[in-house]
Design a protein around this ligand. Structure first.
Ligand code: URA
Length: 434
């Protein structure tokens, strides 16, 4: 087999066989197929697309390119979630303890933040002493005992995807549904869970801006997951404004804790309930919406979900008391209110801009090597649809610089559109793809 023939075949719109796709991925991983041929191939896929069977084969080939997590020593149902990313997305921090409180087992790999989005590990490191450098043995033991563990992504998981994603990034071939879906799902499948629920974001602050594209991506990923023998569903959720009110690592941790106490913001709480419900259905733990919500209410009211978070934080070296007393978590030295420039209703919030504002305060990374300041960020007081008076606070800004960062305030204010009338009511959960 020669790579050039397979590039030509895809260029001409033909379907590749399993062997041909495996040949390409194996050859590329080993270095036998050079970047210039793989770039030509991904560009051919970009224009000619791949069908569902080709996409599944591509995903499986990427899973097989490296290690897979062996979770067989974990008792019970292993679950995993993935979010396509957004601003204020602290979902794992509340969702996983809740799932663990139902006896589901969460052996999770998470990442760090880059650009306008934050990463779960950065958020968790707000807890004094928390770390993710744990051995494989501790990882398995902790999931068995506590119900959850979170570690960083190992480079040996789906190495073909790592190489291919970096190549796509610099050859304008990221935006293809088959390539995105196979990239995300190769990492999920290599991580070994039985049930996978995907939170596919849609809107201005999301990777996929339109409902149509988000739905297509969700369908493709669900087909891959189920095709690979995992119970997979996707929930399509809104990302036209930050999720919840807190944006910034420690502030988001505090909001996640409050949510586990039943005091979370409406939208974030709704998302946590919707995702948990899908896990409960897939795990066969309940059958109706009412039953699911009753069960979740109970785990929050009796403190079991919050206790799970505390046990997990302690197991990974963190200060458990900070879970029960989040006021102990260190926040930035200074705060200031950001006033609204006019009367009216909040019509739009440029989500990515808010994420970038948090990054400018030091709460995120512009480059992978940057260090971050966990205590900075924003607590939003006004979200889309809210009425506002000129001068009223849009948000409280937490910052550590000696002088007030006026440039960030200007950027933050510009991210808000205030209009004379209220916008149409917003939807948070658009669809569930089964
Ligand atoms: N995230 C991934 O992991 N892969 C893609 O291709 C796009 C987003």
């Amino acid at each position: 087999m020669r790579a050039v023939d397979l590039i030509q075949k895809k260029r001409d719109g033909q379907t590749l066989s399993d062997d041909e796709i495996q040949f390409l991925i194996e050859g590329y991983t080993k270095g036998d197929i050079p970047d210039y041929q793989m770039s030509a191939f991904t560009m051919a896929v970009y224009f000619r697309k791949m069908n569902e069977a080709e996409t599944l084969t591509l995903t499986k080939a990427m899973v097989q390119s490296g290690d897979t997590l062996d979770l067989s020593a974990i008792d019970g149902i292993k679950v995993d979630k993935h979010s396509t990313g957004g601003v204020g997305d602290k979902t794992s921090l509340s969702l996983l303890p809740l799932l663990a409180s139902f006896g589901l087992k969460c052996a999770k790999m998470s990442g760090r933040g880059l650009g306008h989005t934050g990463g779960t590990i950065d958020k968790l490191e707000s807890f004094t002493g928390f770390h993710t450098e744990i051995s494989n043995e501790q990882f398995i033991r902790q999931v068995n005992n506590v119900g959850m563990a979170i570690v960083g992504q190992t480079k040996d998981l789906a190495p073909a995807d790592k190489k291919l994603y970096a190549l796509r990034d610099v050859t304008a071939t990221v935006e293809n549904i088959s390539l995105i879906a196979s990239s995300i799902m190769s990492k999920k499948l290599a991580a070994g869970a039985d049930i996978i629920i995907l939170d596919v974001k849609t809107g201005k602050g999301a990777f996929m801006k339109t409902l149509e594209d988000s739905t297509a991506l969700a369908k493709e990923m669900v087909a891959i997951g189920n095709g690979a023998g995992k119970k997979t569903k996707a929930v399509i959720t809104d990302m036209n404004e930050p999720l919840g009110n807190a944006v910034g690592n420690t502030l988001e941790v505090i909001e996640a804790i409050e949510t586990l106490k039943g005091n979370g913001p409406k939208d974030f709480t709704e998302l946590i309930y919707a995702l948990t419900e899908q896990f409960l259905f897939s795990a066969g733990l309940c059958e109706t919406h009412e039953e699911a919500f009753r069960m979740i209410d109970e785990k929050i009211a009796n403190g079991e979900a919050l206790n799970k978070l505390a046990q997990f934080v302690e197991a990974q070296g963190g200060a458990q008391e900070e879970v029960f007393h989040p006021e102990l978590l260190p926040l930035a030295k200074h705060t200031t209110e950001i006033p609204a420039a006019s009367d009216g209703f909040i019509r739009e919030i440029e989500c990515e801009e808010i994420g970038l504002c948090a990054m400018l305060l030091g709460g995120g990374r512009a480059k992978k090597e940057d260090s971050i300041d966990p205590g900075v960020g924003f607590v939003l007081h006004k979200k889309i649809g809210d009425p506002v008076k000129c001068g009223e606070s849009l948000a409280t800004m937490y910052y550590n610089s000696d002088s007030v960062p006026g440039n960030v305030i200007d950027k933050f204010t510009a991210a808000y559109t205030i209009g004379a009338s209220a916008p149409p009511a917003k939807t948070l959960i658009y669809d569930v793809i089964r």
